[in-house]
Design a binder for this molecule. Structure first.
Ligand SMILES: Nc1ncnc2c1ncn2[C@@H]1O[C@H](COP(=O)(O)OP(=O)(O)O)[C@@H](O)[C@H]1O
Ligand SMILES: [Mg+2]
Length: 339
């Protein structure tokens, strides 16, 4: 390669074992490997000279491998959402890239740290006046329960609905205490208990820096069940291909909303993106009840596979998969003043 020629290093996590949780959680963790091949193929088709650099269990080993490529002509496309079985470790990657002088797509270590801690994210949303459901955080099995019931109990540092099954929604203090106990012991981290918002669920994908470009809003259609307490996205509904909810819960994009509702949902989603200090792209998950969009989750590196929400929304907005990948990269390059 010519010394001046620009290179893209696609970095992603390649996980081979679990350190906690349920054995099936590995399906979600290993999905990033598949996503990486889609993004890699798109970058190659777009004409970028691209190398794949996996993050395995060891950060030094990763730094050595990346070190073969100079930060002066290598721009990093980062889709590493944690490594060594630990989602919360995701921020160590932008931190390391920054320390080594690499420019990269997506958010800074600080923003990633915030987003991979649901408790701190909530604190920030509340501080910035972005609507989010009432909550409590439990580091140990629960004592005094103040959160309105029904509630949902989630591990603070996971994503992809890891640790969320039908028992995550609790309707009594007793159930809540039991579920907190499960999350704390099985996932080895605090539990976030949040008021369960019965109502519609939207995913809002957006990109930009400064002025945000919000893509068509997607809605999760739970009409296959008549039970509002089962109308939510469990691990099974996202990852277990032969399950009822995986097959019967559908996505509608664009969602049917009045212009006023759409405006409200977009405004809250942009508010969440900004409150977290995200860059380039992201997806905000919202539950909608009585005219109020409540932010439940902010995805700083949303799943970029062709069948996931971000690509679906950008396709509805008129971007092919390759154009989507190119736009994310170009936004980051412009932000960095990359030649
Ligand atoms: N407060 C809530 N009210 C209703 N449903 C919720 C709430 N929090 C989470 N859920 C459901 O659980 C799913 C996963 O929760 P989320 O916070 O998005 O975690 P993850 O980071 O694992 O995606 C959501 O897509 C939604 O269906
Ligand atoms: Mg989510």
């Amino acid at each position: 390669m010519d010394a001046d020629e620009s290179l893209i290093a696609l970095i992603y996590n390649q996980e081979d074992e679990l350190t906690k949780g349920e054995s099936q959680d590995l399906i979600a963790m290993q999905y990033t490997i598949k996503t990486a091949t889609y993004v890699y193929d798109a970058l190659c088709r777009l004409g970028y000279q691209t190398v794949m650099v996996p993050v395995k269990n060891n950060l030094q080993e990763f730094a050595r491998e990346l070190g073969q490529y100079s930060p002066h002509n290598t721009f990093v496309f980062n889709i590493c959402d944690g490594f060594a079985g630990d989602n919360f470790s995701a921020s160590l990657i932008p931190q390391l890239l920054n320390d080594l002088g690499y420019k990269h797509t997506g958010s800074t270590a600080r923003a990633v740290r915030l987003c991979t801690d649901k408790a701190r994210s909530k604190q920030r949303l509340v501080k910035e006046g972005v609507p989010t459901p009432a909550y409590q955080v439990f580091k140990k099995p629960a004592r005094s329960v103040k959160t309105p019931l029904p509630a949902i109990v989630k591990p603070v540092h996971e994503d992809a609905s890891i640790g969320i099954d039908e028992k995550a929604v609790v309707t009594s203090a007793m159930e809540l205490i039991e579920r907190v106990d499960y999350v704390v012991s099985e996932y080895d981290q605090p539990a976030l208990v949040e008021e369960f918002i019965t109502g519609r669920e939207f995913a809002v994908s957006m990109w930009g820096n400064g002025t945000m470009d919000v893509m068509p809003i997607a809605e999760h259609d739970f009409s296959a069940t008549s039970d509002p307490l089962k109308s939510f996205l469990t691990y099974e509904s996202k990852w277990v291909e032969d399950s009822f909810s995986y097959n019967e819960f559908k996505v509608v994009c664009p969602a049917t909303l009045t212009p006023e509702e759409e405006e409200k949902v977009k405004e809250v989603a942009i508010g969440a993106f900004r409150a977290m200090g995200l860059r380039d792209f992201g997806r905000v998950d919202i539950r909608y009840r009585d005219g109020v969009p409540y932010v439940i989750d902010i995805n700083e590196i949303p799943d970029l596979s062709p069948d996931a929400g971000f690509a679906r929304a950008s396709e509805t907005a008129g971007y092919s998969y390759d154009q989507m990948v190119d736009r994310i990269l170009t936004l980051a390059m412009h932000r960095e003043g990359w030649r």
